[in-house]
Ligand binder design. Sequence first.
Ligand code: ZN
Length: 377
Amino acid sequence: MKSGLYLGRWFGIDVIVHWTFLLMVALLMAAQLLTGASWAAVAGSTTLLMAVFLCVLMHEFGHALTARAFGIRTQDITLLPIGGLARLERIPENPWQEFWIAVAGPAVNVAIVALLWPAAAVMGRVQDLWRGDLTAVSFLTQLISINATLVAFNLLPAFPMDGGRVLRAVLAMFMPYAKATNIAASCGQFMAVLFGIVGFFTNWMLMLVAFFVYFAARGEAQHVQTRSLVRGARVREAMVPRFRGLDPGMSLRAAVEELLADHQQDFPVVERGKVIGVLHRVDLFAGLAQGRCDATVREVMARDCQFIDESMPLDQAFAVMQQSGRSMLPVLHGHSLVGVLTSDNIEEWLMVRAALRQNAERNAMDKPGKYADSLTA
Ligand SMILES: [Zn+2]
């Protein structure tokens, strides 16, 4: 999400205004001018919009700087038409840390209200707030009510919005993290549907927020689920122990036959019992497209392949795979090749693990006396 106007590094964090935000400002100005608003009115409403987004930016810094206090870095903060987005390097699993990071954002808006309120009162404008007459209220009172709305809206339990994170953190104090996330995510998706319905009749921006919340809730729940399934597992559990290696002197024509023979897509290339590279399916196709059917595997294979040890934690191997951009990594035990780790197989392994866990949870629910029995047995 780097595309946009770079506003520089504030407190050591990159601040970016996404191009859709700039587009929205331009569209709003054009719409006002087309409906006959004066330049002064357009300037006034644009200034208010900028002030609001400065408040949103400060809200994001509330999250980011609190996260920093817990040793969590923020990659960047982006301003979008639907709000701000602070990309934290990770979400802490410690419920109290997540709680404080989540509430720090809305707390900034509370502080802004607390600061602006006396200023507005001094200017004798505070009554306008109660009248709710939008054409009469001053810049300051509008800003106060918008900040108050931001606090209320963000604290709704619509995970992964702030209120939803608070909900997850509180739940996680009493139950396993993955379960707390599932409940918070379901609640978030329910809220998203509500936002969608209300937004349909009132405000299209709310519909955008609904979309974002719905998919982000599911995405984060899946992420947490995967992480909890992978925890403690080693590469050897999820690798493919049955695979075929290729000879470096083999022609691409012969390699195609190996490819079509079964489901294996990428092949370690082995010379005198040692892996010297990997023939990836994409590279094989590229070679064929260039008419190099008689070229050898050695000429086309990737030599910069990364090896992983079978005892490596699976989540680390995951990260290596993502960084390398490859869908297969050769697995070693000492110096000998004992298997390959593929993204397809990891996916299958995760499904098996999820199914087994579901069964274990069901059994635990069906037989409440189970643990007592095993204690007395
Ligand atoms: Zn927030």
